[in-house]
Each structure stands twice: as C-alpha cells, then as structure tokens.
Design a protein around this ligand. Structure first.
Ligand SMILES: Cc1cc2nc3c(=O)[nH]c(=O)nc-3n(C[C@H](O)[C@H](O)[C@H](O)COP(=O)(O)O)c2cc1C
Length: 489
C-alpha cells in the first residue's frame, strides 16, 4: 500500500515556497504534532494558530495541544479526538477551547494522521483549526428561536398548520389538532388532500366543502362534528424561496352567531320602530289634509300620542339593551340592596287603570338583603308589576311576595296575577327580544321588557322563572343572591 503523502516530496521547487506562504497566510490554524514522541508534542504551528489562540509558537512547541482546553476536558469531541489518534484515523470535531487570555472560542479541528510513504507508519498528526464561534452562536440563537417559536405556536389559542413545498404537513399545533377535531391521529407527513379528507370525514362534510385558500387569502369551513362550528382558515407563504406555507385556523363560530343575532336584532328593531312611526305619520297627514273639528281630531291625536309614547318606550328599552350588551358583566356594580324597600318603591309608581286591580305586598318585617343594583332592580320589579297589571285586563289581585328561598343564600320575589296567563309555547319564547304574547292586541308593550328583566337579573347573578296557566294567571319568580358577610342594617 502506498500513501499519497509521497506526492508532497515531488512538489516542484518553485511551488514549495508558495505552499509554505499559503500555510502561513491562511486565517486557519495549522498544526503538526510528532506522533513518535510520548504525548504527541506540537512541532509546528502557523501564524493563523497564533492569531486565533493568542499563543506564540515558542510558547507551545513541544506541548500537547490539549492545553487549549484549559481543564475543560470532559467534552465528547475530546474523547472522539483521543480515539481517532489511538486508531490513526481522520476526525473532525468541534471543541470548546480557550485563548491565551482565557476567553472561550469554538474550535473546529480537522485532524488527519501523516504516514510514512512506504511503510504507512504514522509519524505525525496534522490539523486545521477554524474558529467557528460566530457560526455556533448563530446556530444556538436559531435553535433557541425555533424552540421559542415552537413553544409559542404550541400554546397559541389559534391553530397553525405548516406545509412543505410539496404540500406535506410539517406541523399542526395542538390548538390546530383540537380545532380540526383530529384527536390523537397522526397528521405530520400527510399530503394536503389527505389532511382535508381526514378532516372532512371526522367533521361529516364533503371534502369539496373544505377549500384551501391561496396565500394571502382566507376561507371558512363549516364543520358538523363533533359539534357544529365555523373555522376560518387564513393562508400565507412562509418562505418565498422554500415554497413553505402556513395556515392559521380560528374558531369564528361565536362571532358568526353574534353577527347573525345582531343582524336579526337590527332588522326587528327597525321594523318595530317603523310601526309606531308609520301610524304617527299617517294620522298627522290625515289631520293636515282634512279639516277635522276638535271632537273628530281627538281620537286621532290620542293614537298619535299613544304611538309616540310607545316609540319613546321602545327607544328607552333599546338603549338599555345596547348598554347591557356593550358593557357586558360590568354593566353595573353590585351591592347589598333591601328587596322589600325596592318592592315598596316600585309599587308607588305602578299605574292601575280604573282601580280594577288590588296590589298586595307580602313583605317580611325585616329587610331582605340581596346582591343587586338598586335602580336596575326597581326597573325589573316595576316591569314585572306593570306586566301583571297589563295582562290581567279584567283586574284582580296582583301579589308581590318576598321570601327567603329554600335554596341557601337565595331570596325570592314572586309577582303573581290573575290575568290571561300564558301557553307553554308562549312561555318558551317569553324572554326573547321583541316577543310579545298577544301581539296586535289591545295590550301595549315593546316586546323588550322581559328580555331586559332576564338580562338584568342575570347580571345580578340571579334568574327569573315563570309559572302560568292560560286563563288563570301567571307568577314570575326572581331568584336573587344574598350578599355574603356584613351588610347595612
Ligand atoms: C494534530 C493535533 C491537533 C490538535 N488540536 C487540538 C485543538 O486545537 N484543540 C484541542 O482542544 N485539542 C486538540 N488536539 C487534541 C489534544 O492534543 C489531545 O489529543 C486531546 O486532548 C486528547 O488527549 P488526552 O488524552 O491527553 O486528553 C489536537 C491533537 C492533535 C494530534
């Protein structure tokens, strides 16, 4: 066997100084150690080595190169180097080394044995050393960044799916798996069409109903299983060179439902406002066109007034609802309120036409504290009382009873009447906005009162129940929460 090292001897004499200059001028460290001596002492180090490590040649020749480790010897690279030396093999390792001033640098050492041309006996080792600190730092930084990114993607409530240039799934975040209902099924490595097919099957839809948007665009997926939901899929291209794509998945079910109920509410509100406005306009035009005497004009003016009052009531209720919707739970601050006091106050403003009704208050002697908002609670009670009066056109008893509930920490107010009552079907829709029992009948109302009652009571952490028998009357029961701890006496 012959060894290529022999060719160095055949370097033409004019090339030798060039090779020598190249060795001295390269930015890399170049070192040679004597393999025939114990401990492999260095016999040559170039200028690049001195520039890189800060050690001049005279300080290091005759020493083993391990001094660069400065005691930091337990490194996998050092072990591999030792083994390669023992076996007489080539090796490339990256080591933590220390300059003469003690500062750390990462050193890539590419080492090879130097053999005798004829016998193959190893006489020396030769190594090229490169300072790779910058590369290493960049690598570490990008590793940290991708770890952080992975963690951020993993914990982000929006789902994320990334696709390689060939359309294969390279990542599907936990939120993405949950949004698409993929369960434990493995999706990495699936092609886009396989992924869409799997989602379609699990969601019980046709895969054609799951379009994949172009980068920069988005589309909606309406999924049926495990529950009805709408997912917005927005795609973007991640690497214009690599062709990678990312899609962000967002559950927009709630927004869509809210939007639909807002649209419905606006359409109904506009319709409800237009009705009284239409009759005010119609009657006023009639009176302007005809020359009515005061007696003829009176019923028309009464209708105009009634409709104007209704319009005002509608606007008040709409504003109240808008305020509740906008401010949500913070619509009003809750404090201990004496329910008996609220009922007494409300009873003073209730109008009972033609004295056909008898308002009975059954209140305990002591204050009954509940958690609420005094003015809003009074509005709720007035609403229930005036409903009781309105829906018992033939009169009768309207009874308001405050009692400590059987449920602990609760207090109830029952408002009952002997009026026309409600059917089960009406009860089912009673608290829906704009629902009116007896629509078009003689009983005035906006259809918003009870929905306001319900929403206000819920914001006081309470609830409202109804019990009714057609032709016999209704009982509305407010369940309110008692405040804990101290309250005014
Ligand atoms: C030619 C040659 C160059 C070497 N260069 C380096 C070096 O740049 N940095 C380093 O930490 N170790 C280097 N070593 C390795 C050490 O000299 C030593 O072999 C290593 O620490 C294992 O030896 P040990 O058993 O004495 O620890 C080099 C070894 C040889 C033979």
């Amino acid at each position: 066997m012959s060894y290529p090292a022999a060719s160095a001897l055949s370097l033409p004499p004019d090339v030798r100084p060039i090779v020598w200059r190249a060795m001295e001028q390269t930015v890399n460290g170049v070192v040679v150690s004597d393999a025939t001596q114990p401990n492999n002492p260095l016999v040559y180090v170039n200028t690049g080595f001195t520039r890189m490590t800060g050690y001049p040649a005279q300080e290091v020749l005759g020493r083993n190169c391990g001094f660069l480790q400065l005691g930091d010897r337990d490194q996998p690279g050092v072990h591999r180097l030792r083994e390669a030396i023992a076996r007489g093999e080539d090796v490339t390792v990256v080591l933590r080394n220390y300059r003469r001033d003690g500062s750390l640098f990462w050193n890539r050492v590419e080492m090879s044995p130097v053999r005798e041309a004829t016998t193959g006996r190893i006489t020396h080792f030769f190594a090229v050393q490169t300072d790779v600190t910058l590369e290493r730092e960049r690598e570490e930084m990008s590793q940290v960044r991708s770890l952080e990114l992975e963690r951020a993607i993993g914990s982000h409530p929006m789902g994320m799916v990334t696709l390689a240039a060939d359309g294969r799934v390279t990542l599907c975040s936990p939120a993405g798996v949950a949004l698409l209902g993929l369960g434990d099924g493995q999706v990495l490595g699936l092609s886009l069409s396989q992924l869409l097919k799997r989602v379609a099957t699990l969601a019980d839809v046709d895969s054609e109903q799951l379009p994949w948007p172009e980068p920069g665009q988005s589309c909606l997926w309406e999924l049926r299983r495990p529950q009805q939901r709408v997912i917005e899929v927005s795609a973007s291209s991640v690497g214009s060179l690599t062709g990678e794509q990312m899609a962000v998945l967002r559950d927009v079910t709630q927004q869509r439902q809210q939007q639909a109920s807002r649209d419905h509410f606006l359409a109904t509100a506009a319709h409800e406002l237009r009705t009284p406005l239409g009759s005010i306009r119609g009657f006023t035009e009639l009176m302007l066109m005809r020359n009515y005497n005061p007696e003829q004009a009176r019923p028309l003016l009464e209708t105009v007034l009634k409709q104007a009052v209704r319009l005002g009531g509608l606007l008040d209720d709409l504003l109240d609802l808008a305020q509740l919707d906008e401010r949500g739970r913070e619509a009003f601050a809750l404090e201990p309120v004496d329910l008996c006091h609220v009922v007494r106050q409300a009873s003073e403003v209730i109008e009972m036409p033609e004295n056909r009704h008898q308002l009975v208050l059954e209140l305990p002697d002591s204050p009954q504290w509940v958690l609420g908002h005094a003015a809003r609670l009074e509005q709720v009670v007035i609403n229930l009382m005036s409903n009781a009066v309105k829906y018992s056109p033939n009169g009768g008893r309207v009874c308001c009873r405050v009692a400590a509930s059987s449920a602990e920490g609760e207090c109830t107010l029952e408002v009952s009447d002997q009026g026309i009552g409600l059917s089960d079907e009406e009860i089912g829709r009673l608290f829906t906005r704009f629902f009116r029992a007896n629509p078009g009948g003689p009983i005035p109302g906006t259809g918003l009162g009870l929905s306001l009652v319900k929403e206000m009571v819920e914001r006081m952490n309470g609830r409202v129940d109804v019990n009714s028998t057609p032709g016999q009357g209704s009982t509305f029961t407010l369940h309110l929460v008692r405040p804990t701890g101290q309250h005014p006496s």
